[in-house]
Write a protein that binds this ligand. Structure first.
Ligand code: CU
Length: 197
C-alpha cells in the first residue's frame, strides 16, 4: 500500500526542477525486516490537515495506538511459524494488548471538553474492539479520509486501520471512565488452515 510517486523531469533538468512527492501511507510506520515490527519498531504516523472540516469542533487532540503483544520475540516465533511442525500455517497467538505501547495507561482529560481522538491499530495481527465506558464517539475520519459524523458506542479496528473520533468528556468528575481495547479472539484462520479443516 505504501507508494511513492515522483513527478519530475530528467536528471539533467533536476537543478532547475521542483520535485513533487505524493505519499500514500499507512497511518503507522513499521519495519518490514526480520520481524522487527511486532517487537516494537512501529509507531503512529500523523498528518495534520490545516483545513480539516472539523477544525473548531474540538479543543484538544489525543493520539492512541492499540496493538497486540507477544511474550516471545519474533526470531523465536518465526522459527516456530515457518516450520514443518506447523503444517496449517497457524499464526502465533498474541499474549497481551497494549495501549500506547504500555499497559494500565491513563489519559488525563477535562470534563465537558471535546477531544479529537486519533486511534490507530499498530498490531501485527489482531483486530481490536475499542470503547470508552459511558461515552459515545462520533466517527469523523476513517483511514485518513474525513467522513460525515457517525455515532458509535464501539468501533472495530483491524490491523493497520485508523479512526478519528470526536468524544466529548462527561461533565462528571465523580469517577474515572475506563477506555477498553478488547482483542478479537475469533482470529481468522489462514486459507491453508481452512482448507485443512
Ligand atoms: Cu507493512
Amino acid at each position: 500500500m505504501n507508494r511513492l510517486a515522483l513527478i519530475g523531469r530528467s536528471a539533467s533538468q533536476l537543478s532547475e526542477t521542483t520535485l513533487a512527492y505524493t505519499l500514500n501511507l499507512h497511518p503507522r510506520y513499521h519495519s518490514h525486516s526480520q520481524g522487527q515490527y511486532p517487537d516494537g519498531l512501529r509507531q503512529a504516523f500523523l498528518v495534520n490537515d490545516p483545513e480539516g472540516p472539523y477544525l473548531g469542533k474540538y479543543e484538544k487532540e489525543v493520539v492512541l495506538t492499540v496493538s497486540d503483544w507477544y511474550h516471545e520475540q519474533m526470531p523465536t516465533l518465526i522459527k516456530k511459524f515457518i516450520n514443518v511442525a506447523n503444517p496449517t500455517g497457524a499464526e502465533p497467538v498474541p499474549n497481551a494488548v497494549l495501549l500506547n505501547d504500555t499497559q494500565n495507561l491513563t489519559v488525563a482529560v477535562e470534563p465537558g471538553i471535546t477531544y479529537l481522538l486519533r486511534i490507530i491499530n499498530v498490531s501485527a495481527f489482531a483486530g481490536h474492539y475499542f470503547w470508552i465506558e459511558g461515552h459515545t464517539m462520533s466517527i469523523v475520519e476513517v483511514d485518513g479520509v474525513w467522513t460525515d459524523p457517525v455515532e458509535a458506542d464501539t468501533i472495530y479496528l483491524t490491523a493497520a486501520q485508523r479512526y478519528g473520533l470526536l468524544v466529548t468528556m462527561k461533565n462528571d468528575t465523580s469517577a474515572n471512565f475506563p477506555m477498553i481495547s478488547s482483542m478479537d479472539t475469533v482470529i481468522e484462520l489462514s486459507p491453508l488452515a481452512m482448507a485443512v479443516r
